[in-house]
Design a protein around this ligand. Structure first.
Ligand SMILES: [Zn+2]
Ligand SMILES: [Zn+2]
Length: 152
């Protein structure tokens, strides 16, 4: 950082950090997200305890995670595996990985330190969404999960 550079310029710089609620799990990402999407499916509502999950998608090797994550494995359609990684101490949802898209890693938006990075482009499973949800213009809403929206 140059001397006299105001701290606000940090939000425009590339890369950043994040952590779970208790801080036992921390991570750093290089570069910017590939894309950012919301998922309103019933499973993501249950895991997040909220109305939707915020998936901030990075290339897998752009994210370095420190600390121990617990993992809950599910199978989609009885075959494709999806792993929900969470902090075993505080329960924060931290990351999702999928065997169908091994080259990406989704970080949960609420765990980013710089929330100005979160600029959702789309929402999937709006058909399962809570009825009061109204997405702003500019967020493409899909009734289901079109192939490749998160996977790039
Ligand atoms: Zn934690
Ligand atoms: Zn979901």
């Amino acid at each position: 950082m140059e001397i006299g550079e105001p701290p606000m310029t940090k939000s425009t710089s590339s890369g950043g950090t994040g952590h779970c609620l208790c801080g036992a799990v921390r991570y750093r990402y290089e570069g910017e997200p590939v894309t950012i999407g919301l998922c309103q499916c019933d499973r993501c509502q249950r895991q997040s305890g909220s109305a939707f999950l915020i998936g901030v998608i990075f290339p897998r090797d752009a994210v370095t995670i420190e600390g121990k994550l617990a993992t809950y494995e599910t199978r989609l359609d009885g075959k494709n595996r999806l792993w929900r990684h969470f902090c075993p101490t505080c329960g924060s949802a931290v990351s999702i990985t999928l065997d169908r898209y091994p080259e990406i890693r989704s970080m949960m938006g609420g765990t980013l330190d710089d929330k100005t990075k979160i600029n959702p482009r789309f929402s999937v499973w709006s058909s399962a969404g809570q009825p009061w949800i109204r997405m702003p213009e500019g967020i493409a809403c899909f009734e289901d999960y079109p192939e490749g929206t998160f996977g790039g």
